[in-house]
Design a binder for this molecule. Structure first.
Ligand code: GLN
Length: 492
């Protein structure tokens, strides 16, 4: 089938299926063809089930067109930290190799019930710990804009899959930036919902007070559709919220009149790539021309977000990862005693970064250090949350850069984990505060690498940030630009 079919937006796929321009089978075939052509270069996928997807598509085509199911016949991809019954789930780790979960994550299940066809599982940093997808035990994912560079992480596989138009939408997770940062690096739109908005049931836990399930798509409109289907209370996740979903009908009128945008001065720091500052300011200026009022704000505790996150997330991870003992899941090392089985399995099958986090977290939680590290971090987290609450008293949304640099070269941070952590400075505060964020493309740097703007909103106001992003996408086409590799340019 024509590769152009795979490049359609979700909305276009929906319209085409409904009007009978093409079938679900043709869509799935186009997606599989794009994967066959591009994934050998990108390694976005860890698992593909072509046969199952084709069967589901054929079944979808046999049903009458007006099913009332909003994603009827549309192929999607799912980050390999969310369970899908019948597919393996590795979380990018050797410790879960060959693990077949017995149930499907709520977020995925809701999409399937709406008619979506899960075509495969995408690559991730091991247990979603990382910012480059280089920490996957199954090899790195390459950035479709420049294959020598990383796609960001930890949801790098999903971001690359959408950027390369292998699927029109893919699920990711964002604990400290893992949807927004790869969206920025890959030039796609990425939505991180409010903490508690989308069920975590069936999500392999990393930092339970931070984990959120988000989505990558070409447009804010497509992200809104996926989000509206997966969001909402789930009795299977005790932290899932009962807050009703607002109307997600996005305005077509390209106006931002009446909107107040706050620009935090702490997010324009020395050492960040100047082009990011420039493109961010240009995008904000365009929003001002659309009628928005732009004011400078201060989020004074921003600088604490990095140390706070890198205490709280590893602390929670060290507890969550205790369950991987070689007995309950996946492979097991051979040893003479049960204790040695535990130690050897964990020592041999967890990667370096995961071991580093477990050690950091265990230390921060240990008697005598708990108050000084974990306790202090929790207090600072409250201050960061209050910064945002105070800001949203005076502004409707906050606009800021997503990352201090564009996509970096693979291996650039290999010897220095701290320098990798620094890549997260602009995404961590919103994660600690549990507020929603969206990242969408606002231009390129001089090397042709995408730059994404981050819009943050008050808790449960995904509608607001999605609407602003949608309005911006009505008057710009950055989000529709294609990597040369996808266009099939000779240059690649
Ligand atoms: N890069 C951050 C980390 O390594 C965030 C990861 C995430 O959001 N899953 O922890």
């Amino acid at each position: 089938m024509s590769p152009a079919l795979a490049s359609l937006t979700l909305a276009q796929m929906k319209a085409g299926l409904e009007s009978g321009d093409f079938t679900a089978r043709q869509l799935v075939e186009a997606s599989l063809e794009a994967i066959a052509r591009l994934d050998p270069l990108l390694h976005a996928f860890l698992y593909i089930d072509a046969e199952r997807a084709l069967n589901q598509a054929a079944a979808a085509d046999r049903q009458p067109k007006a099913t009332g199911r909003p994603l009827h016949g549309i192929p999607i991809a799912v980050k390999d930290v969310l369970t899908v019954e019948g597919m393996p789930c590795t979380a990018g780790s050797k410790i879960l190799q060959g693990f077949y979960p017995p149930y499907t994550a709520t977020a995925v299940k809701r999409l399937q019930e709406a008619g979506a066809i899960v075509i495969g599982k995408t690559n991730t940093d091991e247990f979603a710990m990382g910012s480059s997808t280089e920490n996957s035990a199954y090899g790195r994912t390459h950035n479709p804009w420049d294959t020598h560079r990383v796609p960001g992480g930890s949801s790098g596989g999903s971001a690359a899959a959408v950027a390369a138009r292998m699927v029109s939408a893919a699920l990711g997770t964002d604990t400290g930036g893992s949807v927004r940062q790869p969206a920025s690096f890959c030039g796609v739109t990425g939505l991180k919902p409010t903490y508690g908005r989308v069920s975590r049931y069936g999500l392999i836990a990393f930092g339970s007070s931070l984990d959120t399930v988000g989505v990558f798509a070409q447009t804010a409109e497509d992200a809104a559709l996926i989000f509206s289907i997966m969001a909402g209370h789930d009795p299977l996740d005790a932290t899932s919220s009962k807050q009703p979903l607002p109307d997600l009908h996005l305005p077509n009128d390209p106006s931002l009149r009446g909107l107040r945008i706050g620009v935090p001065r702490e997010y324009f720091v020395e050492g960040m790539q100047p082009e990011i500052q420039l493109r961010t300011q240009e995008a904000i200026e365009q929003m001002r021309q659309l009628g928005a009022e732009v004011v400078e704000i201060s989020l004074p505790h921003t600088a604490y977000a990095l140390p706070v996150y890198y205490l709280i997330a590893p602390a929670e991870a060290s507890a969550n990862l205790a369950r991987y003992d070689g007995i309950r899941y996946g492979p097991r090392s051979r040893a003479d005693s049960i204790w040695e089985v535990f130690f050897q399995t964990r020592g041999e099958l967890f990667g370096e970064e995961v071991i580093r986090r477990i050690m950091l977290g265990t230390y921060a939680l240990s008697a005598g250090y708990y108050e000084a590290f974990y306790g202090q971090a929790q207090k600072a987290r409250t201050l960061i949350t209050r910064d945002f609450e105070a800001a949203f008293q005076t502004v409707d949304v906050i606009a800021a850069p997503t990352t201090p640099t564009t996509a970096f070269l693979a291996g650039a941070h290999a010897d220095d984990p701290l320098s990798m952590y620094l890549e997260d400075i602009f995404t961590l505060p919103a994660s600690l505060a549990g507020i929603p964020g969206i990242c969408f493309p606002v231009g390129f740097d001089s090397q042709g690498l995408p730059i994404g703007l981050q819009l943050l909103g008050p808790r449960f106001r995904e509608d607001r940030i999605l609407s602003v992003a949608h309005v911006y996408q009505q008057i710009t086409d950055w989000h529709l630009r294609l990597p040369a590799l996808v266009k099939g340019d000779a240059a690649q």
